[in-house]
Write a protein that binds this ligand. Structure first.
Ligand code: 3HC
Length: 324
């Protein structure tokens, strides 16, 4: 349910004076009642900026996230695998579009957001800066990376900002298909030859720790979590979501027949939760700050896509203006 719309004066008319304290109070009451803030509602500037930051980073992640798997479209092992992968990569493009649209409802400009990504003034998920070395990586990205994305993003369907929450509902449904196709691919490989099983284990060894890093720094080193949770943008801290992912994934690894590369992984009988070893946070910092294995390549490709296709945008804009 959205907050009741505040009367806004028509453009150009002075309108009734609006009391800033009343606006703030109404915003807080909407959040406290767990109703949604909609684009027409008044919101504090910090709330708007936090949303633009998070939604833009999320949109960039979806778009950059097309690259590691897109590399395998021409080398898929069968027509069926190619069709599945093509559908998945196209879904990621769609997710990016929903999210850029949600950012636009906050006054952001899509072209400006793209420029900020390319100029490294906005971030995207660390996970997409790792290479995909074999086709098993496609399966592991589906299982682990999309599995992590689901843990992180299902709670965002209840985010306090209406357009973001609604975009997340559809995105999460599609992510669920992505996770399943990855697991099914890995299961097929695990039933294959020794060489295929070794490829799967190698991919799991390389993607496990970066997948845990996707959830962000620990709560006590996360500058944004407390305020984002108070505003209902995020519903849980980074550590809780990371733990949910580990608890969900360990039994799946067992069924699959792979070993997760963490000797400290143990079940805490009292809580039923899996305790895991120390994460190398210096690696996350390195990758976020641009020094991951594929950062330069990812951004160069995104820049080329923007520049090489600028003529399409120009033609479409001219066509729209002509028919306006
Ligand atoms: N990669 C890159 N940057 C990260 C990061 C990661 N894994 N984890 C944290 N950061 C950044 C934050 O964006 C923040 O940057 P900024 O303050 O300079 O803008 C900084 O590190 C500190 O982290 P915080 O925990 O304080 O930041 P947040 O409160 O924003 O939490 C988040 C980080 C959990 C990623 C949160 O922004 C979030 O839930 N975002 C929405 C989901 C999302 O963007 N997922 C990305 C993957 S999308 C995906 O997987 C697509 C699928 O199809 C595969």
């Amino acid at each position: 349910m959205s907050a009741p719309a505040l009367d806004r004066p028509a453009a150009g008319s002075p309108g009734p004076a609006v009391d800033p304290a009343a606006l703030q109070q109404q915003f807080e009451a909407t959040i406290a009642a767990d109703h949604r803030i909609e684009p027409r509602d008044w919101m504090p500037e910090g709330y708007r900026k936090t949303l633009v930051r998070q939604i833009a980073q999320h949109a960039h992640s979806e778009i950059i996230g097309m690259q590691p798997e897109g590399d395998w479209l021409l080398a898929a092992p069968s027509l069926r695998r190619k069709a599945v992968l093509l559908a998945k990569v196209q879904d990621e493009a769609g997710h990016g579009m929903y999210l850029y649209s949600a950012a636009e409802t906050l006054g952001a400009d899509r072209a400006d957001l793209t420029d900020k990504l390319i100029e490294r003034r906005q971030k995207y998920s660390s996970i997409f800066n790792y290479p995909t070395l074999t086709y098993a990586d496609v399966g592991v990205i589906g299982w682990l990376v999309d599995g992590a994305a689901i843990c992180n993003q299902v709670p965002l369907c209840r985010s306090s900002y209406g357009p973001y929450a609604r975009a997340m509902i559809r995105i999460c449904k599609e992510e669920s298909f992505h996770q399943r196709q990855g697991y099914e691919l890995l299961m097929t490989m695990m039933r294959g030859t020794d060489e295929q099983r070794a490829m799967v284990q190698d991919a799991v060894d390389r993607w496990w720790w970066p997948s845990l890093m996707m959830f962000g720094p620990p709560d006590d080193e996360s500058p944004n979590s407390a305020q984002s949770m108070a505003w209902g943008i995020k519903r849980h801290g980074n550590d809780e979501l990371r733990q949910r992912f580990v608890d969900m994934t360990v039994p799946q690894a067992k069924v699959l027949g792979v070993t997760l590369p963490d000797p400290d992984l143990t079940l805490d009988e009292a809580t039923g939760r899996w305790r895991f070893g120390a994460i190398d946070w210096s690696e996350l910092q390195r990758v976020i700050s641009g020094d991951g294995p594929c950062n330069a390549e990812r951004i160069a490709r995104r820049r080329a896509a923007r520049d090489d296709n600028a003529w399409v945008t120009e033609a479409a804009t001219a066509y729209a203006a002509k028919h306006a």
